[in-house]
Design a protein. Sequence first.
Length: 277
Amino acid sequence: MGVSRSGYYNYFTEKNQHKKRAAHELADEAIKEIIFKKRIISEDVRKVHVKLKMTLENQYGIAYNLKTYSPHYEEIRDCMPNSKKRIRHVEWLKRQKEHRTCPNELQRNFKQGVAGKVLLTDITYLTYGNGKRAYLSTIKDAETNEILAYEVSASLSMDIALNTLRKLKRNHHHLTKDAFIHSDQGFHYTNPKFQKLVKEMGLGQSMSRRGNCWDNAPQESFFGHFKDETNLKACETLEEVKREVKSYMMYYNHYRGQWNLKKLPPAKYRQQLQKVA
């Protein structure tokens, strides 16, 4: 059948990994339901790292590595009876309902032949100076690879995602009527403020499957090129980081040719697509 032995086994390995990942996600959701809905944290647990593990094993027969709980440490800590940030069980449930995920409408169909339809967004960290950290939020046109909007911030607050959207609204008017923005299931994108602004801009919203970076691969790829081709370590201040980012965005959009864009830079490729349309 013309299939190599290595290709055959790689196919099944990937398939098995997908099944394992799906099973792990279901198990993780079950753990969260036990922790919060049955309130074991408010009745039995005082030290999260140890007693939570023992409670789950002894009362529910669930043996999990402590690292499994790490994504939920903040939520668990906030619900502790002696926590300064204690959130009552009903309030916690309300907060979870406010943050809503969206279906994966994109399904990795990144190239749909139209500029301004599929928009990808994400946030990455930037290390500069002597171990300092900043954050970069971008919105990328999946068809042309053009960065349509970006924001650099010293904080991961909601403003970094909201300001990126506002810049998109202010600077670009060539989006299609059925345009939608695709992201992961991060806090910023499930936040009601972000989703409200998306709707006000007339955009649809799509999200990757949980923990699956391949569902937003072109955006991740851009961050990789960005970090390889910039010299952030030479920057000492946030303002210098912003200048470095601005310089690279200009170079990337208008001068950096890409093989899969007929060797054209993103902005020129978009102009070519629009002429043909």
